[in-house]
Design a binder for this molecule. Sequence first.
Ligand SMILES: [Zn+2]
Length: 268
Amino acid sequence: MEQELVTIAKFDDNFEADLALALLVDHGIKAFLANELVYSMIPGIMPDKFFIELQVSSADEQRAREILDAQRNNSEIRNILLGNEAILEGHFLLTSGKHSGTYVEKIRLLQNPVAAQRVCELLAELLEPYDFDTVVGPAYGGIVLAFEVARILGKNFIFTQRKDEHMAIRSGFDLSEVQRAVVLEDIVTTGGSVQEVLACLKERGIDVQAVAAIVDRGSGADFGCPFLSLLQMEIPVWPANDCPLCAEGIPLTKPGSSDKKASDPTTV
Ligand SMILES: [Zn+2]
């Protein structure tokens, strides 16, 4: 049966158009570019009025739009994290003694409230489809995120903190109206602290509808509910004696020591 073709994106650049096309094809969607040939033959032709159009059949439209949106958010969040030095790229000595080419300095994100606010807008978009009354964040990073996402979506906000090694809801909150919650975390590495938050909510009979994080560092965590993240990032680490970055002779830095490094170049 003939399906009607719909235009789901317009580009003024061949390369961008080809990338978007490839992304959809990778997801098994039949996609087409209209006007591509004309565009490549006459570059610069009426750039305000003439676009390469990415088209899919109307049956695939919704899925194709979701894939393109996810991709746009993914590159936006990456740019925000890199731009605010929340993700550092280089050659790092970790506290474990291992080496890595990527370091996450999550507190840097909160240092720039405008960037943090944008991240919260993206998190709010992820969580909007779920049915909940309260956003919960673990102290400290989760507090800012949960508060702002709750404000955007018009929900309540509470936070948890560790007291005597035990995760608990901060005392003083009125929990009588808290029935369905979502949990927000900045970076999920193993998922351990989120599990502690889930346990203390469960103790109070609060249902958790979803967990969301800015970055999922390949945790593979199972929270017993949907786990959403803005960016999935597997970060390879190597033993010091088998590190490809050492082999390339790239200078090693110890994250968090950048202040010292400026005045004392011998510090690693
Ligand atoms: Zn190394």
